[in-house]
Design a protein around this ligand. Structure first.
Ligand SMILES: [Fe+2]
Length: 182
């Protein structure tokens, strides 16, 4: 049941310390997905042709967290991006995702140099944590069917930075507003 997961997330986000919170949220997400308890209403399953879909599942303003569902058609991916300094735990509900983590190693006059830390092939029931300042990655649907992911954020991410490749291998930092689809 989604209500049970939400009650568990409410408890997890009150643990105080970011590492403890994200570890507990990761555990709760993985357990709920593996128990097939994340039953999403149909509208969350619809992919969009323009890009991956991002829909609000749950927001608790008092406890300061949000849960967002993303639906990925084949071939859809994010650019390299950050998380606006907000912790995040991301779990795969359906399909399979490729997650490539990056470290920001240098930034001068708006140009950033990143080091790829390797790619994780994330299957159903696995979740990963991002704790700032380690918050840079690319997510990509890894299969030729839709994939669905569930993201829990320690706040509401209304904007983030995306990093666009430059000719010299560095990236330009660009602010991007984020919104929810339907
Ligand atoms: Fe992300």
């Amino acid at each position: 049941m989604l209500l049970d997961l939400i009650a568990r997330l409410d408890a997890a986000v009150q643990l105080g310390d970011t590492t403890a919170i994200t570890q507990r949220v990761k555990h709760e997400l993985e357990a709920a997905i593996q128990a097939r308890a994340v039953m999403l209403p149909d509208r969350f399953r619809l992919a969009r042709t323009e890009g991956y879909a991002r829909r609000l599942l749950h927001r608790n303003d008092r406890l300061g967290y949000t849960a967002v569902v993303m639906t990925w058609a084949p071939g859809q991916r994010t650019p390299l991006h950050d998380h606006a300094g907000i912790w995040c735990v991301e779990g795969v509900v359906e399909g399979r995702m490729d997650v490539t983590q990056y470290d920001l190693v240098e930034e001068s006059s708006g140009a950033c140099r990143f080091e790829a830390k390797g790619c994780v092939h994330a299957a159903v029931g696995s979740a990963g944590c991002l704790i700032p300042p380690f918050e840079y990655h690319i997510l990509a649907n890894a299969i030729d069917r839709p994939s669905i992911t569930l993201h829990v954020y320690g706040g509401e991410m209304t904007s983030c930075h995306v990093f666009e490749p430059l000719a010299d291998g560095r990236y330009a930092r660009c602010e991007r507003a984020l919104s929810y689809h339907d």
